[in-house]
Design a protein around this ligand. Structure first.
Ligand SMILES: Cc1ncc(COP(=O)(O)O)c(C=O)c1O
Length: 546
């Protein structure tokens, strides 16, 4: 008799531990009539886990019947022989799918526990203290494998779930996933160039107020489009825009302000928002390094990224949550959401999700541009767009990460505070970071600026730390206008403006670095970081260490 996976079999004689008459479910026929089966119990077993038990009832079977509902226990696998078995029923397709997915999930958990979960013991000076890293366990891996079993590949059910969960957590109407934080910034900016925005459309040559101390791709879309970034200086120790310069930066061409919340520390949203409202400017918050940061605006706590017209996130591995590569654009504005999705999805006018047709019920009845009436809306393009969509495998990882976000935020805050407390006594040689007034940062890193009066340079302490296994990072570009990508614009003195001399921005370029606070950092690692900094300072200043 040939049995197939999902068959429910009665085993007639006791072999290999199964009792006579017991029901089993066939997982896979092995060679020589041997069958790999899972035991079907009358009740849910005490050892059940979410991934190892599958409840079944009469409704789940065909080609026969069950006497009573039961549970397939995937942690009770055994083998039996085909000739001892008799089929009593077979699982319908959806139940068989559930059973096999849980079988795969259980194996995935075993793989995680035995291969990926090997903890390295931290050995000071031998091991490295990374500035960031992905934190995951079997949940991310199970989701990833589960999405691969769908083999949908492009954005699908996990992407939709992530977008909904994200919107709910952060209280925004719309979240659109994309394939990186840089893509998110590109979409956020390009959305504002849409002709659909009429007199609020950003045009080539229009100006956007921003800062040069940060990540390049906050600025890149502005330059690539042919708009003009106007760089304002930042203040220390918050490392955010100096709002006192906003009024000097504005011109009749100004259309928007586009700024990042530096390493999790919110910029002064109250001042910037008031300035944008007063001058009818768009506000884009690059929230890539600040997921979960909050700011008290008009007396109410708001998440950063949700105050301006559009917010963006990055899910690259060191970020607050990761998908490997990934990003998101979020907004409360229905029109902007449509435009963002259009730019993301080839520039199309249609908003059907992948694989769906005719969501608007007007697929063949529209008249747009100079196209013939009724031209398929699926292939009508209202923008010169891109394809910046995410895959469902990335979104599946994100769904598991999102559940851990609150815990990650707390750990980041704790680690930041631990470094701050441990380094407080060094305030004579370092400018220590400070949270912006009215803010509750979800820190990305711990920024240190070597004081002008210190007996050592930033490069010297960075070299010492790197030599002793402590990873350091610059505040990204430092001063972006000094980079080779600006050579041509600098030489021709065109394509951008600066307000004043950007003195603090240069100071950051020359004297600032940052350390990690990511959730994978243990107290031993943090102590090692503090010890190494203190040792170096005491060596160079000649003072005695504590
Ligand atoms: C402030 C900021 N914006 C944008 C990005 C770009 O994100 P991604 O690396 O996902 O493209 C980063 C990257 O770390 C960032 O720090």
């Amino acid at each position: 008799m040939i049995y197939k996976t999902g068959d429910i079999l009665a085993v007639n004689t006791d072999t290999s531990g199964t009792q006579a008459g017991k029901l089993v479910v066939l997982i896979e026929s092995l060679c020589d009539d041997e069958l790999l089966v899972a035991i079907l119990a009358d009740e849910v077993d005490d050892h059940k886990t979410e991934t190892s038990s599958v409840p079944i009832s009469q409704d789940d079977v065909e080609e026969g019947s069950l006497n009573a509902a039961g549970t397939v226990n995937l942690h009770k696998l055994t083998t039996t022989t085909a000739k001892l078995c008799k089929r009593v029923a077979t699982l319908k397709h959806p139940k068989k799918d559930e059973l096999l997915r849980k079988f795969v999930a259980m194996s995935t958990e075993v793989y995680y526990r035995n291969i990926l979960n090997e903890e390295d013991t931290f050995v000071p000076c031998k091991s490295s203290v990374p500035y960031g890293g992905r934190i995951y366990n079997e949940k991310e891996l199970v989701n990833l494998v589960d999405s691969s079993l769908d083999f949908w590949l492009t954005a699908g059910r996990y992407a939709e779930k992530f977008e909904n969960d994200f919107s709910e957590i952060f209280g925004v109407k719309y979240c659109s996933l994309t394939n990186s934080g840089s893509s998110a910034n590109l979409l956020a900016f390009m959305a504002l160039t849409s002709p659909k925005l009429a007199d609020r459309q950003i045009k080539k040559g229009d100006e956007v107020i921003t800062v040069a101390a940060g990540f390049p791709t906050t600025i890149t879309p502005i330059v690539q489009y042919g708009a003009v970034p106007v760089f304002v200086d930042v203040t220390l120790p918050t490392y955010n825009i100096d709002c006192s310069q906003l009024d000097s930066a504005i011109s009749p061409l100004t259309r928007a302000v586009m700024l990042a919340h530096t390493l999790g520390n919110p910029f002064d949203l109250q001042k910037v928002k008031n300035f944008c409202d007063k001058n009818n400017l768009w506000l884009i918050e690059d929230n890539c390094d600040a997921l979960g940061s909050r700011y008290r605006l008009d007396g109410r706590w708001e998440y950063t990224g949700t105050v301006g017209d559009i917010g963006t996130s990055s899910f690259y591995p060191p970020h607050h949550i990761t998908m490997g590569e990934g990003g998101a654009v979020y907004t409360d504005n229905t029109e902007l959401k449509r435009i963002v999705d259009s730019f993301r999805d080839w520039g199309r006018d249609c908003w059907c999700p992948p694989g769906k047709d005719n969501t608007c019920q007007k697929r063949f009845s529209r008249q747009m541009g100079e196209l013939p009436k009724g031209y398929d809306h699926k292939y009508i393009y209202s923008h010169f767009g891109y394809n910046l969509k995410i895959t469902d495998m990335q979104a599946a990882i994100g769904c598991a990460q999102l559940k851990k976000l609150q815990n990650f935020i707390e750990l980041r805050k704790e680690n930041w505070k631990y470094l701050n407390d441990g380094l407080k006594e060094l305030e004579d040689v370092f400018i220590l970071p400070r949270a912006t007034d009215n803010s509750d940062p979800s820190w990305f890193g711990f920024l240190l600026t070597v004081r002008d009066t210190s007996p050592f340079t930033r490069d010297e302490i960075v070299r010492h730390l790197e030599d002793h296994g402590v990873q350091t990072r610059m505040l990204f570009a430092g001063n972006l206008t000094k980079h080779p990508c600006f050579d041509e614009m600098r030489e021709n003195n065109e394509g951008y403006r600066t307000i004043g001399k950007l003195q603090n921005t240069d100071r950051i370029m020359n004297q600032t670095f940052w350390l990690g606070v990511y959730p994978g950092m243990t107290k031993i690692m943090l102590d090692h970081v503090i010890r190494q900094i203190k040792d170096f300072v005491h060596q160079t200043t000649g003072s005695k260490g504590s």
